[in-house]
Design a binder for this molecule. Sequence first.
Ligand code: ATP
Ligand code: MG
Length: 579
Amino acid sequence: MQEKTKTTTPEENGKSLNFIEQLVENDLKEGKNDGRIQTRFPPEPNGYLHIGHAKAICLDFGIAERYGGVCNLRFDDTNPVREDTEYVESIMEDIKWLGFHWENVYYASDYFGQLWDFATQLIKEGHAYVDEQPAEEIARQKGTPTVPGTHSPYRNRPAEESLTLFEKMNSGEIPEGKMVLRAKIDMTASNMHFRDPVIYRVIRIPHHRTGTKWKAYPMYDFAHGQSDYFEGVTHSLCTLEFEVHRPLYDWFLDRLADSSYRPRQTEFNRLNLTYTIMSKRKLLQLVQEKLVTGWDDPRMPTLSGMRRRGYTPESIRKFIHRIGYTKYEAINDISLLEHAVREDLNARAIRVSGVIDPVRLILTNYPEDRVEEMEAINNPEDESMGCRKIKFSRELWIERDDFMEDAPKKYFRLTPGNEVRLKNAYIIKCTGCRKDENGNLTEVYAEYDPMTKSGMPDSNRKVKGTIHWISVPHSLDAEVRLYDRLFMAEDPAAEKEKDFREMLNPHSLIVKKGCKVEEYLRGTKPPDSFQFQRIGYFSTDTDSTEIAPVFNRTVALKDSWKNNQLINIIRQKETTNGR
Ligand code: ATP
Ligand code: MG
């Protein structure tokens, strides 16, 4: 049975196979490719990976892992204009962080020689020609899906002529834009990609790996399928927009392959998330125009941004598993991702106290020189994480909004005459407060009840509110960065008439200085994560120093944006392939 060939997590066991797993299992049953499974993850090194790429990664690596195959990392580096080794390195780091392992690292640029030979073969066989028309002219002759294209005047030039010019395209004699190599297919084809597609163009910018060796570079469509073939890929998984390219992918392979083996392309839906964008070009623009602090800004949908913000790889994988793979474009609610992050951190984060907007609470009947140690449970979800001691004294930091002088009836926190429990310590009764000349609260006063500490006779006495606190002499100053959605629009990419930068949320970052945290957090480093009780999950930022920690709010304890409704909006989008 199917279950025997798979290694599944308990959660996955309950879920039926997705259409790609079904296809792979059928291929295995039929003994295709001698039972070999090989996939690849093919990023172009022109930016950092985002959560959308994680969806492709989980599939490419996941299929290989699950069916005992291999997955290679292949850099699709056929356009030197936008590519850089900085991106190569960040991509590798992000894949490892997600928890996947590639078998080999390949570069499409390693195949430039083989691709050149294949292009030459096509010219000789009468399947390709050098066109000297300007790009606009070529575009005009393409026609439209309902109007057939017209032939280039160069279409039937002798193969020898094309061969000579193709050589010149690569030797530096031809300026950019003056000549292209086109496959000679069918200018009346209903699939526009068959209308003599451009397969080589001249680019005079040095390549990040091959330097100035090449001046003629293959187009994506001419490189991708062939690279799959050279490597022995069996299942070439890509996003839906490539579905219309598949016939061309197969057309080239039919002319290249000398055996029955063929890589097979299968398409799945992209990941789109609400309140963010997934275009590398636009993300690069945010970085270059300093609208964010970098690719790893914790508000970015990049994996490096999410890592810095405190998202765990496990939560990202779980989220992707939950949304699944289909043949329909959709947009997923970002709160589903946040829910997965919260769930994961709930299980693993140590509970600590952090006070974002501190005000001093003085227990007027507590001895001035006394310090007690209270016991705190590190994580009530996981007993094995144990307990720790926290210091208690007469002066405590509490949240400013845990006190209200004239409180409404349902206010169960500190207000004169009211009792609350200090988490892990005593019940106290508020007796008053002090304000400065401008009416700003400076101190809150209360009296503690010594009988209400854990182990004392009245320890089980119930009061309606519990608040957190930090002993003033045992606290540490911290900076806290509160993040919100990067965009105000639910689907910024859909609002075509607006500049995406106008839709940025001006309140996506709020920096709070002078916050207080427990002394326990001294020396914390990324990727440490904590739950600041009653507030949210926070991770230590890379800007932290030994004595001045900086924390990122990873996610609030509750979803405030949409009343915690985890709805997955599936909105049919028009795709080019019209599915
Ligand atoms: P660009 O944004 O520059 O057009 P890209 O997002 O397509 O590029 P690539 O580096 O070409 O980036 O992508 C590598 C792989 O990741 C491809 O197989 C692509 O289909 C997949 N991928 C990219 N974006 C998404 C997404 N949002 N959801 C799922 N897969 C994606
Ligand atoms: Mg791409």
